[in-house]
Design a protein around this ligand. Structure first.
Ligand SMILES: [Fe+2]
Length: 492
């Protein structure tokens, strides 16, 4: 190609310069001791644009989905990276340029763009023999768990009739069921939500369709043993605005943080709505559970709009340093008459990309793993301004005691979302390893780190050296669905 990526914060620097690299690297260099008990695959996905943006500018979330698989096998790790071969990516490659305009606004696309706008760039989840690559604007794509070959759009055998599907499904650890949902389920701007519960063999067990008072972003959700909770972020959707060339989402500071609480086995008649404070941004779910008749949902909450690229109607976006952010607990009492809910802080520092021990999803729990930011730690100004989503701490937090333990990697280092891997199948909650990518802003390199979950301050027990820089990513999963036989990478 002869066009260049713009030198904007979204496309430059150690975190955001596109990598565009599909690679196989057999037996990565390991510094330290990689426990031989870690066997399985760490899958994750990054928005990584194939071509410079058609409009000359774009947001991070609009990059093409590039999936990475780290195959852990008896003390070794190998890496495979492949783009999800979406209709959108294939159309771009045919034309040799980007064909897509404003984020999630098909009205601003080139006529030669694919009919589907999705990039499948937000998370990957192993399910029923395939790897699902997901973005919340469309159905998932299925990939081969080993080769990462794209198998096609996955509509669960025709059972899922929604136009969209979440990028934050959960697996019920007791049943193995996949719990998922859709918003804008009947198309752009529709206020329709749908909840789906699917058996491990792919069978749709139950679905609930209902309408919200307005169409708004529902990025993540929360599950407990008997309920699901949908947080509606005050980012609303207006198709007329989109047709005028505007943004899909607009921040509405007057709207509450809205929640729908729904019994998993219920129907649309059972939906209860709760309102939290206005002008707040509910982030990702750490975990949720039921106790003594109450439903608790733990998530980072920011006091204002953290998505600077989706301003409010008058164009205002708060500067990041003016926004407070904390891990909060929302408690819903279905017996209460009030529809008001106020979150209670679980810590006193900003954090995001929370993960729990997956064996405790929806159950009473205490251990969480998050990326955190401590503004008191040194930052090397030679790296330029702090990039979007800059996290200088990898932290274990105990939500029961409030205690936390962090590791600071240096004044030029930034973490990507961690995952937790149990030390053994019968290890206690939170006892195991925290695995996360670390970007070195100074020399544009990336490592995959393994830390002992109960000795975070000691730093990594193993550093897996990568021969390429990995762009900032979104989410991923740990899976033992595919037997770790990384030697196959060498035999192919
Ligand atoms: Fe997310």
């Amino acid at each position: 190609m002869t066009t260049s990526f713009p030198q904007t914060p979204e496309f430059s620097g150690a975190l955001y310069t596109p990598s565009r690299a599909e690679v196989d690297v057999f037996d990565l260099e390991v510094e330290g001791t990689l426990p031989t008990g870690i066997n399985g695959t760490f899958y994750q996905v990054s928005p990584d644009p194939q071509y410079p943006p058609m409009l000359g500018h774009d947001i991070f979330f609009n990059g093409d989905g590039l999936v990475s698989a780290f195959f852990f096998d008896k003390g070794t790790v190998s890496l495979r990276r492949r783009y999800v071969q979406t209709d959108r990516l294939l159309a771009q490659r045919r034309e040799g340029r980007s064909l897509n305009g404003i984020y999630r606004n098909i009205y601003t696309n080139d006529p030669k763009a694919a009919g589907s706008n999705t990039t499948a760039n937000t998370t990957v989840q192993a399910y029923n023999g395939v790897l699902l690559a997901m973005k919340e604007d469309a159905l998932p794509y299925a990939l081969d768990l080993r080769t990462l070959e794209t198998l096609g759009v996955h509509d669960f055998g025709g059972q899922i009739l929604s136009q969209t599907f979440t990028a934050h499904p959960k697996v019920d650890p007791l049943t193995g069921n996949l719990l998922a949902f859709s918003y804008e389920a009947k198309g752009d701007g529709s206020p329709d939500l749908a909840y789906f519960e699917l058996a491990p063999d792919g069978t749709l067990l139950h679905e609930i369709w209902f309408q919200a008072p307005y169409a708004a972003m529902v990025h993540d959700f929360a599950v407990t043993a008997h309920h699901v909770v949908f947080p509606l972020i005050p980012l609303t959707v207006d198709v007329a605005r989109m047709k005028d060339g505007g943004q899909h989402f607009q921040w509405q500071p007057d709207l509450p943080q809205l929640f729908a609480v729904v019994p998993r086995q219920g129907s649309s008649r059972d939906v209860r709505w709760f309102k939290g404070p206005a002008n707040g941004f509910q982030g990702h779910t750490l975990n949720a559970f039921e106790e003594d008749g109450l439903i608790h949902v733990d998530m980072p909450v920011t006091g204002g709009n953290i998505f600077y690229f989706f301003p409010q109607a008058d164009g205002f976006v708060p500067s990041p340093e003016t926004l407070s952010s904390q891990l909060m607990r929302w408690t819903f009492d279905l017996c209460a008459d009030s529809d008001r809910v106020e979150p209670v802080a679980l810590n006193d520092f900003p954090c995001e990309f929370p993960r729990c021990d997956d064996r405790y999803i929806g159950r009473p729990y205490e251990h969480g793993f998050v990326l955190a930011f401590d503004p008191q730690r040194p930052y090397n100004p030679a790296n330029g301004p702090m990039p979007f989503q800059f996290f200088n701490l990898l932290t274990h937090i105990n939500v029961r005691t409030g205690k936390s333990e962090s590791w600071f990697a240096g004044d030029s280092e930034c973490f990507q979302e961690p995952i937790f891997v149990p030390r053994s199948t019968d290890a206690g909650e939170g006892d195991g390893y925290v695995i996360a990518l670390l970007n070195h802003l100074g020399n544009h390199t990336t490592e995959l780190l393994v830390l002992d979950s109960f000795q975070m301050e000691a730093g990594p027990i193993a550093r897996i050296k990568l021969p390429l820089r990995m762009r900032m990513s979104l989410h991923g999963c740990w899976s033992q669905a595919f037997p770790p036989q990384t030697r196959h990478l060498a035999e192919e």
